[in-house]
Write a protein that binds this ligand. Structure first.
Ligand code: BES
Ligand code: MN
Ligand code: ZN
Length: 491
């Protein structure tokens, strides 16, 4: 059930709510909250003076049993930050998560005076914090049930600007939630077919054009690289293309590409059993494309965007591709498969080649591509690869606005040596050294026709630990980066 949200210009002291969350920075003060503090019998002032609450990032302090207005008050710290929207988004997510845990059902959120961008951040944050994937959990017995967060009120002046921010925040939040739910779904439910169905629903909702190629159509297209990955699975692979024409006719589209491995076992080069279940997350790039299109459609952005997804599973079987096999890609280059577990680049090679059909202004692909990227940048930054420095900077800036930090990685010709093949034009693995870079160098071979950026989200798309504002599981990355990049290109 989606979170129901409203903007309200009610005063913080008078709002009647089971839970009032108040975000404060590193210099918390009770001065602007005099009336509320009266209802709290001066507890707020005492807590701040006594340093029981310092406003540090993620710090929380709760008062309950408030006699009037809000029944509970939750202070949430934002710490010292230059990025106020980012801090507000995080605080709102944390507050909403807390509301879910408390079972308050409703929340009101106050953070002083909020401008358009702040309202947007709070709205998106509340939606992010309320997100849960519960489809596959039986409800607990009646007496143990807690009300999930169903309603949120943002205390802000109700004007044209804040309403714009509110609408944008809802679109962004909805896109993120969609991406996270798709990512969280197990591989037996979120299949290539299911991704295509989800794409169809988005396309129908917002009047976008959808094209889906299956095994037969891809064979006719000569997509030997993509098909080599799908060779071992009975499930029909899908190349999904969604065209959103919000801009002028003839204007070149921004093209977003996502790796959609609904499960990656490694194929014949099979992975170890340890954490193999996490490879259901190998479609987070695809989830980001769908989440971004959901948000872009909702916002009715006046720009042309194409979303492309390469969806399949990578399975070992008697029909699977073997190490040593050579396949002919859609672009015509021959690829020697050294390792069938380096399948994402094989899928993307053909999708990136297919992208030429749309005459893109720019192509950004996102893929949980390499374990090596996790070694290089950990779970903190997305690897950003490109040869156009200005474009790299533009994408990193977009990620920063979205709260999805990225870091530039080199794509120097020297690295091409590592993926030279003895028998074919290129091989799909260069071994362990610079593994994230050689994967990107491989993709680069198929992207000469347009400006291009590759995002390696292997470390950032999902988390194996609770991240305080985000639970263990999918983070929503790269949805926000995609959305912000597109918004940044509006003229
Ligand atoms: N999907 C994996 C990459 C991955 C690993 C994502 C860990 C998230 C967490 C990718 O398909 C893969 O298996 N890559 C190999 C490439 C290697 C065989 C050259 C890897 O990273 O080990
Ligand atoms: Mn793999
Ligand atoms: Zn993979």
């Amino acid at each position: 059930m989606p979170l129901e949200l409203e903007l309200s210009s009610a005063s913080v002291a008078s709002v009647r709510t089971p839970l009032l969350a108040i975000a404060m920075d590193e210099k918390p003060g009770a001065a602007t909250l005099v009336d509320l503090d009266k209802a709290l019998g001066g507890a707020l002032q005492r807590a701040i003076e006594g340093r029981e609450f310092r406003g540090a990032r993620d710090e929380m302090l709760q008062f309950s049993g408030v006699p009037e207005g809000a029944r509970r008050v939750l202070l949430v710290g934002m710490g010292k930050t230059a990025d106020r929207p980012g801090a507000l988004r995080r605080a709102a997510a944390l507050a909403a998560r807390q509301a879910n845990k408390l079972g308050s059902g409703e929340i009101a959120f106050h953070a002083g005076i909020l401008d358009e961008k702040s309202v947007e951040a709070v709205t998106a944050g509340l939606i992010a914090g309320s997100w849960e994937y519960k489809d596959l959990k039986s409800p607990p017995p009646e007496e143990e049930r807690r009300a999930p967060l169903a309603r949120a009120t943002i205390l802000a002046d109700d004007n044209e600007a804040t309403r714009r921010g509110f609408a944008a925040g809802q679109a962004i939040g909805t896109g993120h939630s969609l991406a996270r739910s798709l990512a969280m779904m197990p591989g037996n439910l979120c299949t290539p077919e299911f991704l295509a169905t989800t794409a169809r629903e988005i396309a129908e909702r917002y009047g976008m054009k959808l094209t889906v190629l299956g095994r037969a159509e891809m064979t006719a297209e000569g997509m030997g690289s993509f098909l080599s990955v799908a060779q071992g699975t009975p499930q029909d692979p899908k190349l999904i293309a969604i065209e959103y024409a919000g801009g002028k006719a003839g204007e070149k589209p921004i093209t977003l590409v996502g790796k959609g491995l609904c499960f990656d076992s490694g194929g014949i080069s099979i992975k170890p059993a340890q954490s193999m279940e996490d490879m259901k997350f190998d479609m987070c790039g695809a989830a980001g494309v769908l989440g971004a299109l959901e948000a872009i459609g909702r916002m009715k952005l006046p720009i042309n965007v194409v979303g492309l997804i390469g969806a399949t599973t990578n399975m070992p079987s008697g029909t699977a591709a073997n190490p040593g096999d050579v396949v002919k890609s859609h672009l015509g280059k021959y690829i020697e498969i050294i390792n069938t577990d380096a399948e994402g680049r094989l899928v993307l090679a053909d999708v990136l080649s297919y992208a030429r059909k749309f005459d893109p202004a720019v192509v950004i692909d996102a893929a949980t591509l390499t374990g090596a990227c996790v070694i290089a940048l950990g779970h903190t930054a997305t690897g950003v690869f490109g040869t156009d420095e200005a474009l790299v900077g533009e994408v990193i800036a977009a990620g920063k606005r979205a709260g999805e930090p990225g870091w530039a990685m080199p794509l120097w010709d020297e690295y091409r040596e590592l993926i030279k093949s003895d028998v074919a034009d290129i091989k799909n693995s260069g071994g362990r050294p610079a593994g994230a870079i050689t994967a990107a160098m491989f993709l680069k071979e198929f992207t000469e026709a347009y400006p291009w950026i590759h995002l390696d989200i292997a470390g950032t798309a999902y988390s194996e630990t609770d991240l305080v504002a985000i639970p263990k599981g999918p983070t929503g990355t790269p949805t926000g980066t995609f959305i912000e990049f597109v918004r940044g290109r509006l003229t």
